[in-house]
Every structure is written in structure tokens, then in C-alpha cells.
Design a protein around this ligand. Structure first.
Ligand code: SAM
Length: 244
């Protein structure tokens, strides 16, 4: 995997096709069928300094701004997303410091500064999970909290066929691949849960909570194939970890 070519492919996608549909995965939702309103992982953020990794169009920052966070910061690889986020937050009367950079790279972010670093369906795009977690740990104050959500790796391995779930991919396979999405192309790798857990431990985090339960209430009126699948296995996972 050549990280510069991954940056190029993925930032192009998020600048173009991906730029059009974003907004779907924003707080209070961590992803499909998991909500902050129910899980309460952040608790009271009033007066807290927040950094979002992969902020998309800024709606999760808006959520924290409306809950009285004192500072809103973010990094995102896509110039277009950063522009959209800046416009959106300005329209909401909120100010934020937004940096356009891959999360993997040095980007001038302050260290030992934030109460919370969080990421809603963006962390899995990193080409260097351990390096990214080390950077995130450096941005946090001691005892600061890191919360992130991503697609559950088991969900990436199964396909629904004739009302049955069948394995289409090996859970252990973390190799990089490119796929077409909304007429664009993205490059990514599906990591095992243990890869996330071990990378957190190596970067100096202790895990306080992990969520891999689909919320029955959110799924109640949803009869889609996706909701059927979410009744049988987790489609989203969320981890809350604390910097030691
Ligand atoms: C699925 S979106 C999630 C964003 C946000 N939760 C939303 O729905 O608006 C993923 C975001 O991660 C950003 N991204 C992808 N790869 C990245 C990288 N290596 N470093 C920083 N941001 C990245 C994309 O530009 C995109 O805005």
C-alpha cells in the first residue's frame, strides 16, 4: 500500500462524489442504529475542548457546539469537506479551527490540549492506525477521552442471500483494496477488532467502554435488509478510551 496514492484516491472521492452524500453519519448518531442520546459516552461537554478527526461537513462539531463545548477543532483530508464544514458552522453561529490534512500526518495540532478527541466513521480511513492513535494520544490532555465509531469488521465479511447471511470475505484479511462507490473509487482495509484494541493499548489508552449493540428502538420501524442484518450482528462499533 502506497499511502500517498491512498491519500490521492480518497481525498478525490471525498472532494467529489463523497462530498455529495455526507451528513448521513453525524452525532447524535455514531453510525447505523447506535446513538449518543442512548449511550451517553460524552456526558456533559460544556466548557470542554473538542477535536474531531475526519469532520466531514461539520454537523458533529455543530452538535458539540450546541452542547456548549468551549472550543471546536477538526482535521479532514478533503479541502471541500473543510470548506463545507466552515460554511455550515458559520451559518450556525459557531466558530471552529479546521485543518486540512491527512489524520496520519503532522498538521500543527496542539499537544496535551484537548479534553475529547472523537471520530464518527472516519478513523478507519487511516493508512497508519498505530501512528494515528499515537498522534491522537499526544493531542489529548492526561485522562482525556478518545471516542470513535466505525463499521464493525464482522459486518464487512457477510452478505445476505435468500434470507441467510453468508461469509463473503475472510475476517482475518486486512489487505488494502479499492472499490467503486457512488461512481467514485475508494481505497481501504478492513481491520480486525483486535487490531483496534491492540493499537489503542500501544498508544497508551485504556478502553472504558465498547458498544457493538444495535439499538432496537432505532430499528423498530425499519424493515430494510440492512436492519434485518443489524438484528443478527453488529454493523457499527464504538469505543471510548482514556489516555493514561
Ligand atoms: C464517512 S465521512 C465521516 C465524516 C462525518 N462523520 C460526516 O458524516 O459528515 C469520512 C470523512 O473522513 C475524511 N477522511 C478520509 N480519509 C482521511 C484521512 N486519511 N485523514 C483525515 N480525514 C480523512 C473524509 O474526507 C470524510 O470527510
Amino acid at each position: 500500500m502506497d499511502k500517498n496514492s491512498v491519500y490521492e484516491t480518497n481525498s478525490f472521492y471525498w472532494d467529489t462524489k463523497g462530498n455529495e452524500y455526507l451528513g448521513a453519519i453525524v452525532l447524535p448518531f455514531y453510525g447505523a442504529f447506535v446513538s449518543e442520546e442512548k449511550c451517553q459516552l460524552f456526558g456533559d461537554v460544556s466548557g470542554k475542548k473538542m477535536l474531531e478527526i475526519g469532520c466531514g461537513n461539520g454537523q458533529s462539531l455543530q452538535y458539540h457546539g450546541e452542547h456548549k463545548a468551549s472550543e471546536l477543532w477538526a482535521v479532514d483530508i478533503s479541502e471541500k469537506q473543510i470548506k463545507k464544514a466552515a460554511q455550515h458552522l458559520k451559518a450556525c453561529g459557531l466558530s471552529a479551527k479546521l485543518i486540512c490534512s491527512p489524520m496520519e500526518e503532522e498538521c500543527g495540532m496542539p499537544v496535551d490540549y484537548f479534553d475529547f478527541v472523537y471520530s464518527i466513521y472516519a478513523i478507519g480511513w487511516t493508512t497508519d492506525l498505530e501512528g494515528t492513535f499515537r498522534r491522537i494520544a499526544s493531542y489529548l490532555k492526561k485522562d482525556g477521552v478518545f471516542i470513535f465509531s466505525w463499521s464493525h469488521p464482522i459486518h464487512r465479511c457477510v452478505a445476505a442471500e435468500n434470507n441467510r447471511l453468508t461469509f463473503k470475505k475472510c475476517y482475518f484479511d486486512e489487505s488494502w483494496y479499492s472499490i467503486s462507490l457512488d461512481e467514485g473509487v475508494i481505497t481501504l482495509s478492513d481491520r480486525k477488532l483486535s487490531t483496534y484494541v491492540n493499537a489503542l493499548a500501544k498508544a497508551g489508552f485504556v478502553i472504558e467502554q465498547m458498544i457493538e449493540q444495535s439499538d432496537d428502538e432505532i430499528m423498530r420501524d425499519d424493515n430494510s435488509e440492512f436492519a434485518q442484518r443489524a438484528k443478527m450482528l453488529p454493523v457499527t462499533f464504538v469505543i471510548k478510551a482514556r489516555k493514561l
